[in-house]
Design a protein around this ligand. Structure first.
Ligand SMILES: *Cc1c(COP(=O)(O)O)cnc(C)c1O
Length: 362
């Protein structure tokens, strides 16, 4: 019998996706983005499986320390860098590479006296307007970092694309132009592309690419799925049917009774809900796989359960495996039914859901 809510993590799909990214960016090093617990997949097993990645990226210093403590030896970039001198010390101690995006960080580096200088990624704000130096400040800061004893020379150069998932948006070309102008003639490796950047914008491939979502087998583009990109989904979220009942036409199902049977209905109850990270806003009609067949979710998602219309799947039995997304059911499609994006669905899988590493859980 399949276990209750579990996320099967297919490491073969993960390494396939890394290979696919390599073939798309054959001249780039790959910095695999494994922030937020590797987008909900489990940072440590994912990092171990991605032994062929050239480096990793996390958002925060704690995430980098956890990887080091688990024995991960590759280079690790910390995308938010440090906020104070103590966090800088941690970067130096654990051999983590901060992104430097503010004058304050530059000052901290200048006044630090590190035994082990840090490799830094100097960030240009090329139009995202989140982290990074404005174009006017960029070169001056580069000069300062080049003279700083606590910095391994030369600094790496980085920027982030805001709209790379929108293929006809002129913003990306403007960002690429600005970055190109600012870094022209400077030494140091460059990094621009996230997943959408490397899949769609050839000019964004530089010495380093930074794929996140594509590694997990998800398309970053609206209205496309992994298969369109030659990627395979890594996470399959599954549970089991715990009850089946026959209802009469007119019966209302679940909290609020929003969904009412318009015919005699065979109702299935599956053991997963928003307490596991299944989106509460998934609408009636969201597809779910039972015995490989699509059936619609009906009624409101509750904390531990969802209800399914099995009327057209009469062979279903209590104990059957139920797939919420992943193999055979793209998470991109579920995101559209829940008015969200696949990133959110993957990140929101809660600790209650056991991660089962390997191809087949049963
Ligand atoms: C999260 C992140 C990435 C990866 O983005 P995807 O869209 O998941 O590929 C790359 N670069 C930076 C700076 C990020 O924050």
């Amino acid at each position: 019998m399949p276990p209750a809510a579990h996320a099967q993590i297919d490491l073969e799909a993960l390494t396939h996706n890394l290979g696919r990214i390599r073939s798309l960016a054959p001249n780039s090093n790959i910095m695999a983005v494994i922030k937020a617990n590797a987008y909900g997949h489990g940072a440590i097993p994912v990092a171990r499986a991605l032994a062929a990645a050239d480096a990793f990226a996390v958002a925060r210093v704690d995430e980098g320390i956890a990887l080091r403590e688990a024995g991960i030896r590759q280079r690790i970039t910390v995308l938010q860098g440090f906020l104070g001198a103590e966090e800088l010390m941690l970067h130096s101690h654990y051999d983590l590479e901060p992104v430097v995006h503010s004058a304050k960080q530059t000052e901290i580096l200048e006044s630090a006296n590190l035994d082990n200088p840090v490799t830094v990624w100097l960030k240009l704000d090329s139009g995202m307007h989140r982290l990074g130096f404005a174009a006017e400040e960029f070169v001056a800061c580069h000069d300062r970092l080049c003279r700083c004893r606590s910095v391994c020379q030369p600094p790496f150069l980085i920027t982030h694309l805001a709209n790379a998932d929108e293929l006809d948006d002129p913003v990306t070309e403007r960002q690429l132009d600005l970055f190109g102008t600012q870094v022209a003639g400077l030494p140091g490796g460059r990094s621009i592309a996230n997943s959408a950047g490397l899949l769609a914008w050839e000019n964004a491939l530089a010495e380093w690419v930074r794929p996140g979502i594509a590694l997990y087998g998800v398309s970053p583009f609206p209205n496309r799925t992994a298969a369109d990109e030659g990627l395979k989904p890594v996470m399959t979220l599954r549970t089991r049917l715990i009850a089946i009942k026959q209802l009469k036409a007119g019966a209302a199902v679940g909290y609020g009774g929003d969904w009412v049977c318009n015919r005699p209905t065979l109702l299935g109850i599956a053991a997963i809900g928003y307490g596991d990270g299944y989106p509460r806003h998934a609408r009636s009609g969201t597809p779910v796989l039972v015995r490989g067949q699509r059936v619609p979710l009906v009624g409101r998602v509750s904390m531990d359960m969802i209800t399914l219309d099995l009327t057209d799947c009469q062979q279903a039995e209590v104990g059957d495996a139920v797939t919420l997304w992943g193999e055979g059911l793209p998470v991109e499609e579920i995101a559209r039914h829940a008015d969200t994006i696949p990133y959110v669905l993957l990140c929101n899988v809660t600790p209650r859901v056991k991660r089962v590493v390997g191809r087949r859980p049963e």
